[in-house]
Design a binder for this molecule. Sequence first.
Ligand SMILES: Nc1ncnc2c1ncn2[C@@H]1O[C@H](COP(=O)(O)OP(=O)(O)OP(=O)(O)O)[C@@H](O)[C@H]1O
Ligand SMILES: [Mg+2]
Length: 279
Amino acid sequence: MFFMTTSATETAGERVQGVPLAEFRDVNLRYDGSSESTLALEHLDLDVHRGEMLAVVGMSGCGKSSLLKLISGLVMPTSGSVKIHGKSVTRPLGIVGMAFQKASLLPWRTTLQNLLLPTEVGSARRNGKGNGEAVARARDLLATVGLTDAENKLPKELSGGMQQRVSLCRAVIHQPELLLLDEPFGALDAFTREELWGVLQRLREETGCTVVLITHDLTESVFLADRVAVMSPRPGRIVYEAAVPFARPRHLDQRYESDFTRIAADLRHHISKPQEVLP
Ligand SMILES: Nc1ncnc2c1ncn2[C@@H]1O[C@H](COP(=O)(O)OP(=O)(O)OP(=O)(O)O)[C@@H](O)[C@H]1O
Ligand SMILES: [Mg+2]
């Protein structure tokens, strides 16, 4: 049996409580439903604990984005169960906020107007509590991510990193309990990515939300997460979990310390066998 896990209380310290916020049990996901179609996930078991930042890593195509689509209710499992607060997910949920690799801001809207979008539509409206409160919250978020001066700018006037800051703020404007991030820093250069790690740490401190972060970057996963789950190649399932015990806030220099590199190397080993170096 190659599945291995560490206890929940060890992984995220005081943030972790007894009942998981989200639970996957023996989940299979086959796109299109026919036997010839793609089996994306197989026998996947995973808990997401309240208040933790969980990173999920794995090779391209292993089913990471599919996992997020299941938690958010955008797709339903072919078999097995996906539960939030102990109830099966049957439709997209308002308690979820999402951000992706591409910021996808509306080009004709200013930063502030883009940020306010989720408070104007759908099930998120109930948390917007009127325009005045939503605007005040949007401005607080912009201050948290260092974008106060960009409030009235259009997306084309912002750098890629600034656009991604707006995208992160937009994902939490309606105060979601659960923030789902699908490689949010994947398109950014290394320096901007490091800056955004700090931004995400601050946003999380500010909002207190539970985070599931999908990433290809093992250093990013260890730097940001309380716990890192490794998926097997497709059909994806969780094959390993590692606790990240470092106190917060974390500092970039910690990446070069032996405790840190040991965890990253351990994760790399469990993703797949590293390529042999040719002489
Ligand atoms: N809507 C869809 N219809 C059919 N197959 C799909 C669909 N979405 C994903 N797949 C397939 O399911 C598998 C898992 O896809 P998924 O996007 O979840 O992987 P991923 O781990 O997020 O990959 P990447 O790291 O490249 O983003 C892939 O083989 C993909 O081709
Ligand atoms: Mg993906």
